[in-house]
Design a protein around this ligand. Structure first.
Ligand code: AMP
Ligand code: MG
Length: 499
């Protein structure tokens, strides 16, 4: 199967994955809903995509984003995949509540999957209703767009539409559909389905396709086998992505192999959350009882997911099992160092250090320990350092939001001394702290408020917050409420994926 890039720059749908063959996906007709009503529309993303219409002025567009009309040239499919869920292999999952409308080619020739999530049952629903409750749809819209604004590789949200129908989970809840945009939805679990469930059938075609789509121009040896290029590319993506999550205090919540995209974007915002006070064991998902996917476990879990991918690719890496194993292992073994180097770079930037040297280990450790024992707000502690370093503390809203306790003050004195030894352009290093230490993150209690207000029919508050989240690194008038940590009674300790 040849992977075809769009020949023209006219935006529109293409269907290269469907062309790969019927082993990989099933054509699927959407299930209409009774009363579509717009919740959120992302005009900025629509502009970027060259999307030709909007659901505010065009009722046909609204109907299409609810699955009631088919968009021009869309050929909806559901794709098959497998996955390890909480360590257990499930040989067949698939798009149980997502429908791929097609691959949208932007005016500059970029290719994005456009999916409706929650648009009704598919051949892969396994008895589920194929629907999504409004709460998780609002969470995904808000948090994925916040992640994009924070600079993290992520799937995006083009629209959220209420269906006018109820879905039944523990209780009856209003239903909604998210229009999700990603570089692709191909997962470690997609590879697993063909390698493990199908015993290798179709695997080579799939790997060639993924490499052509995502790793055609990546660094590394262009003559290497596609399976090697894929594994190397994914290794780099995962290391970079998890380091970024760690640097922002983001807890994904359900890092199963079917939620790990090969293109390295964050996906599946079901039970995710940003931590407020620092806690390495932070874990919010109601279904993660052992804390398998807690913040401090994320780097190791993505290493594990990478090892699963490597195992799947072995037969395509070398004809000799032993040689294949060696090559794969050497790539998987690069991950810890790669992660560490990305993470150290983030830490250095966040702390306003030119570089983290071996001699800085104790300083960094003490900061970490102070955050932990004082239960300091992760985001505001770094922002406090930023305003301090830039001599801007009193001109920012921070004094109203954050009080540095004595141990942090004491640490900051040592930190200031260390910063005097920065080499390079000290002003640049200091100013750069503003670009890596956000003031505004999608705090859990505000996600909950967005869900509650949208469910009650008030769309304005949620929209105002989404707008504010688009500029996370700068202060705006009236920021106190967006930026402050939750009061005790507002604290959200559990999140639900709405499966
Ligand atoms: P998730 O936990 O969202 O990653 O979903 C895991 C698997 O369950 C995926 O194959 C989903 O498509 C499927 N799934 C989740 N919720 C539903 C639902 N309501 N109906 C059908 N399939 C679902
Ligand atoms: Mg998923």
């Amino acid at each position: 199967m040849e992977f075809r890039e769009a020949a023209t720059a006219a935006p529109g749908f293409d269907h290269s994955y469907a062309r790969l063959g019927e082993r990989f996906s099933t054509p699927h007709s959407l299930d209409p809903v009774s009363e579509p009503r717009l919740i959120f529309w992302n005009q900025q993303l629509a502009d970027y995509l060259g999307w030709p219409a909007d659901p505010i002025s065009d009722p046909v567009q609204l109907a299409a984003l609810a699955g009631n009309e088919r968009l021009t040239d869309s050929q909806p499919i559901a794709t098959v995949y497998a996955g390890h869920q909480f360590g257990q292999f499930n040989p067949q999952l698939g798009d149980g509540r997502a429908t791929l409308l097609g691959e949208w080619i932007t005016p500059t020739g970029q290719r994005f999957d456009i999916q409706l999530k929650g648009a009704g049952p598919t051949p892969y629903s396994r008895g589920g209703d194929g629907r999504a409750p409004m709460g998780p749809v609002v969470r995904e819209y808000v948090v994925s767009e916040a992640m994009a604004a924070l600079g993290v590789p992520t799937s995006r949200a083009l629209a959220a539409v209420a269906t006018g129908e109820r879905v039944f989970r523990n209780r009856a809840e209003p239903g909604a559909i998210l229009t999700r945009v990603a570089s692709s939805h191909l997962r470690v679990g997609t590879i697993q389905f063909f390698a493990m469930t199908r015993g290798g059938e179709g695997l080579k075609d799939l790997v060639d396709y993924v490499v052509a789509r995502h790793f055609a121009t990546s660094d590394g040896d262009a003559d290497a086998k596609p399976a090697v290029r894929l594994l190397e590319g994914v290794c780099q993506h995962f290391a970079r992505l998890v380091a970024h999550w760690q640097a922002l205090g983001f807890v994904h919540g359900v890092l199963n192999t079917d939620n790990a995209l090969l293109c390295g974007e964050t996906i599946d915002f079901g039970p995710c959350a940003f931590m407020d006070h620092f806690d390495p064991q932070a874990s919010f998902s109601s279904i993660d009882r052992q804390g398998r996917y807690a913040w401090h476990n994320q780097p190791g879990i993505m290493h594990w997911n990478l090892a699963v991918l490597a195992e799947c690719l072995l037969p395509l890496i070398d004809d000799s099992a032993e040689a294949g194993q060696q090559i794969a292992q050497s790539i998987v073994d690069r991950y810890p160092l790669l992660f560490h180097s990305h993470h150290q770079n983030w830490l250095a930037s966040k702390l306003g250090l030119d570089h983290i040297h071996d001699s800085d280990a104790a300083l960094v450790q003490t900061f970490h320990d102070t955050l932990t024992t004082e239960k300091l707000d992760f985001t505001l502690a770094f922002r406090w350092l930023t305003e301090q370093a830039n001599g801007n503390l009193e001109h920012s809203p921070l004094p109203e939001l954050f009080t540095a306790p004595a141990p942090l003050q004491a640490w900051a004195a040592q930190w200031s001394d260390r910063r005097k030894h920065n080499t390079g352009d000290q002003k640049l290093v200091t100013a750069n702290m503003y670009r890596v230490n956000p003031a505004i993150i999608p705090r859990n209690h505000l996600v909950q408020r967005a869900i509650d207000t949208v469910e009650s029919g008030n769309l304005e508050w949620g929209q105002a917050w989404v707008d504010r989240l688009a500029s996370p690194y700068e202060w705006r008038d009236g920021d106190e409420d967006w930026a402050r940590p939750p009061h005790d009674e507002e604290r959200v300790t559990q999140t639900f994926c709405g499966t």
